[in-house]
Write a protein that binds this ligand. Structure first.
Ligand SMILES: Cc1cc2nc3c(=O)[nH]c(=O)nc-3n(C[C@H](O)[C@H](O)[C@H](O)COP(=O)(O)OP(=O)(O)OC[C@H]3O[C@@H](n4cnc5c(N)ncnc54)[C@H](O)[C@@H]3O)c2cc1C
Ligand SMILES: *[C@@H]1O[C@H](CO)[C@@H](O)[C@H](O)[C@H]1NC(C)=O
Ligand SMILES: *[C@@H]1O[C@H](CO)[C@@H](O)[C@H](O)[C@H]1NC(C)=O
Ligand SMILES: *[C@@H]1O[C@H](CO)[C@@H](O)[C@H](O)[C@H]1NC(C)=O
Ligand SMILES: *[C@@H]1O[C@H](CO)[C@@H](O)[C@H](O)[C@H]1NC(C)=O
Ligand SMILES: *[C@@H]1O[C@H](CO)[C@@H](O)[C@H](O)[C@H]1NC(C)=O
Ligand SMILES: *[C@@H]1O[C@H](CO)[C@@H](O)[C@H](O)[C@H]1NC(C)=O
Ligand SMILES: *[C@@H]1O[C@H](CO)[C@@H](O)[C@H](O)[C@H]1NC(C)=O
Ligand SMILES: *[C@@H]1O[C@H](CO)[C@@H](O)[C@H](O)[C@H]1NC(C)=O
Ligand SMILES: *[C@@H]1O[C@H](CO)[C@@H](O)[C@H](O)[C@H]1NC(C)=O
Ligand SMILES: *[C@@H]1O[C@H](CO)[C@@H](O)[C@H](O)[C@H]1NC(C)=O
Length: 589
């Protein structure tokens, strides 16, 4: 019997009638397909990688296999715990396949479980050769591949249904040098880190050396994994640039199984793409080298307001928008997170990191904003004020973060110009999002921030940490979307839902994100071609090429075709994904 899908590696060309040339669909071999490897083939592959092949299960099933009570709610919510489980995603919704008929779900308290969108096997790499052999095996058998370091991905790109997972979590090497050289040129103080090393480990390791690096504000995200490929923002980006601006070299296994070095001189096109060109599209990074800087005294100023109405929340957001440039001259980076607590009110949590500052200087820099809020006589009160001094290594260190909810995002980079000319539009956008019930209708179980938040965690997440060095680095020659260089903030709207939602209700949440929340954020930019951060965004962005990559996209597409001509590394909304179906299994172009 003829199968609708051809199982060939490359598309075959068919002549239909006299002259119509049609490329047939070429699809990956999935479990159950005729050409999916036999168990004997998997066993032989397992032997070739020293027994490092794992059968993968969703988090809840992993928990069920533990002795009774071993996987409690705290573990379920722990990013640290999840990082050690090959099938686990930080946002549990990405493990689910809501769309298959019947849906294939494995929820926290499920009594029966489907495999969902979780890979079937994983290479638990402890050596570069394991990755190379995994890539070769996947190519040879035309398998769907997923690549994962931590499972932080907000777009679900580090898991794929029916795939072989190349898991880099155990690549934990770290080394430091005072003079990292490329082609004989001394690029200065740097660290080379495996693509499994989490951010928190690196805040500690750099501290031991009297150094700091540009990294994320979370526990287990991996700087050499998706963070740098997506761009990477930091509390100290205004002072030190973006994560991608600070990468000096990569080692990467590309689609033909070769381990390549990518830097300014060797494979410089790939080096360009790996710095902002999108996570998961280029191969499997095994290590990356980043600049390190002498660490410095810093201050974290935290103030949290409670606003009892949506109108006062809007007014508060607008006052914040009027002050958004106040802190750039201090090279400070600021998170301004809105937690939405329903009728109880909303809280705006403003956490600002000042480099090379004293507490007095930080207080003085915050004063104009704080005074304006007080003078506005809104129904707003201060519910937390905390000023802490320390090394950035300690201020940014988090042992763990709480995850495990069903969570999706949509975002935009809000230009400096919008803050100069359209502050009312920004305030209005907040109010519109609040009125639509941004965050969802039911509280998610967990808080995201280390900080004490008195209200539940539905939210609009603001990042005021651009300008300064981010602007100075505009011509650094990497793939970072140019929109970052003219933006003042990165603004995220979130949506969550409880496990009790039906697939149709989940679909409605996703549609609201794409069709309502994101357009409101786009309107706030006051641009027609607005940009967004590809790592923290809506995976269903209709024109992701422009939104995530802007003018860089055509160049990225040609680099993709050079290094990955058969699309082994396809992630949704990633470079070249338009040539594949949504699942990344069948070529459509
Ligand atoms: C709680 C939380 C806080 C965050 N805070 C910040 C922040 O402060 N700043 C910021 O910029 N971002 C932040 N992010 C976003 C973060 O940068 C992205 O989620 C990023 O993709 C994480 O990379 P990862 O490799 O750790 O994640 P994973 O989910 O493992 O992978 C993410 C993507 O990278 C690919 N990938 C992973 N490893 C490799 C590899 N070795 N080779 C090739 N591709 C790989 C995956 O295929 C996937 O596409 C945060 C995310 C979360 C959930
Ligand atoms: C791979 O081999 C190791 C060592 O023999 C074994 O423990 C493991 O279960 C095997 N993996 C799979 C998926 O069969
Ligand atoms: C699962 O069960 C635990 C223990 O009863 C409970 O605390 C938790 O809230 C439940 N989770 C969900 C998503 O229902
Ligand atoms: C992966 O390999 C490492 C190193 O051999 C081992 O410690 C770890 O337990 C393995 N992970 C899993 C989930 O089996
Ligand atoms: C880690 O470092 C050790 C010692 O330098 C080296 O032998 C090993 O190959 C490295 N592992 C990886 C995955 O790079
Ligand atoms: C804001 O608006 C939403 C939607 O109308 C509503 O559910 C919420 O209670 C309002 N918040 C406050 C603090 O009034
Ligand atoms: C902190 O101050 C030192 C000494 O003036 C300077 O060399 C360094 O660049 C500063 N660092 C930051 C992040 O501003
Ligand atoms: C502040 O607002 C309250 C109620 O909205 C009002 O009663 C009061 O007069 C206002 N105070 C000032 C100084 O404007
Ligand atoms: C202030 O913040 C620091 C660092 O997070 C914390 O250790 C301390 O307990 C906080 N102090 C107060 C009074 O909340
Ligand atoms: C930008 O804002 C102005 C008003 O401030 C408005 O007239 C104009 O239409 C906006 N442009 C876009 C593209 O949104
Ligand atoms: C693998 O691909 C890279 C990049 O395109 C190329 O430089 C290398 O020669 C290829 N290796 C083999 C064995 O084909």
């Amino acid at each position: 019997m003829l199968s609708l899908r051809s199982r060939l590696f490359a598309p075959i060309l068919l002549f239909i009638g006299k002259s119509t040339l049609v490329a047939s669909l070429s699809c990956r071999n999935l479990p159950g397909d005729l050409n999916f490897p036999s168990s004997a083939a998997w066993d032989a592959f397992n032997v070739s990688i020293g027994g490092q092949l794992l059968a993968v299960v969703p988090t809840a099933m992993f928990c069920h296999e533990l002795p009774l009570g071993q996987c409690n709610t705290a573990m379920w919510a722990s990013a640290e715990f999840r990082a050690g489980i090959p099938g686990s995603m930080d946002n549990a919704n990405w493990e689910q396949d809501y769309l298959s008929n019947p849906p294939s779900l494995c929820l926290q308290n499920s009594t029966t479980c489907g495999q969902g969108n979780v890979p079937v096997f994983a290479v638990n790499a402890t050596d570069v050769s394991h990755i190379q052999l995994g890539v070769q095996f996947a190519s040879e058998h035309n398998l769907r591949v997923a690549v994962k370091a931590s499972g932080h991905d907000y777009l679900g790109r580090s898991t794929a249904k029916g795939s072989l997972l190349l898991w880099t979590h155990h690549l934990q090497n770290i080394s430091f040098t005072d003079s990292f050289t490329v082609d004989g040129k001394n690029l200065g103080s740097a660290m080379t880190v495996g693509s499994g090393v989490p951010a928190n480990t690196l805040y500690e390791a750099t501290k031991q050396m009297g150094k700091i690096y540009v990294g994320p504000n979370t526990a287990t995200a991996v700087p050499a994994g998706g963070y740098v490929q997506g761009t990477g923002h930091s509390a100290f980006s205004t002072a030190l640039g973006l994560g991608a601006d600070n990468a000096l070299e990569f080692e990467i296994v590309v689609a033909n199984g070769t381990l390549l070095k990518a830097n300014e001189v060797e494979n410089s096109d790939l080096f360009f793409a790996l710095r902002g060109g999108g996570s998961g599209s280029w191969g499997v990074v095994t290590s990356a080298t980043f600049c390190t800087f002498p660490t410095f005294p810093a201050v974290n100023h935290v103030i949290e307001y409670l606003a009892t109405t949506n109108a006062s929340t809007r007014a508060l957001a607008e006052i914040h928008a009027r002050h958004v440039f106040d802190w750039t001259p201090f090279n400070a980076g600021q998170y301004f997170y809105l937690f939405v607590g329903g009728a109880a009110g909303n809280s705006l949590f403003v956490s600002t990191f000042f480099p090379n500052s004293t507490e007095d200087q930080a207080n003085a820099a915050m004063k104009p904003f704080i005074d304006d809020v007080a003078a506005a006589n809104l129904s707003v009160s201060v519910i937390e004020l905390n000023v802490t001094s320390g090394l950035p290594n300690d201020l940014l260190f988090m042992a763990d973060v709480q995850v495990g909810a069903n969570d999706i995002l949509g975002s935009r980079l809000i230009p400096m110009d919008a803050y100069k000319t359209n502050v009312e539009g920004i305030g209005q956008g907040y109010e519109e999002l609040l009125e639509l019930g941004v965050g969802g209708s039911v509280p998610p179980p967990f808080d995201y921030m280390r900080a004490v938040t008195r209200l539940c965690s539905y939210r609009i997440l603001g990042h005021n940490l651009l300008g300064g060095k981010v602007v100075e680095n505009a011509n650094i020659g990497n793939a970072v979307n140019p929109k970052w260089r003219t933006a003042q903030t990165h603004l995220i709207a979130t949506a969550s839902w409880p496990d009790s939602f039906t697939p149709a209700q989940v679909e409605a949440v996703k549609e609201q994100m794409t069709n309502q929340f994101v357009p409101i954020l786009a309107k706030m930019t006051n641009e027609t071609d607005s940009g967004a951060y590809s790592n923290e965004a809506d995976v269903r962005e209709p024109d992701f090429q422009t939104t995530f990559f802007g003018s860089v996209y055509p160049k990225l597409k040609s680099i993709k075709e050079k290094y990955d001509p058969n699309g082994l590394f396809i992630v949704q909304a990633g470079v070249g994904s338009e040539d594949w179906d949504t699942a990344g299994n069948c070529r459509v172009n």
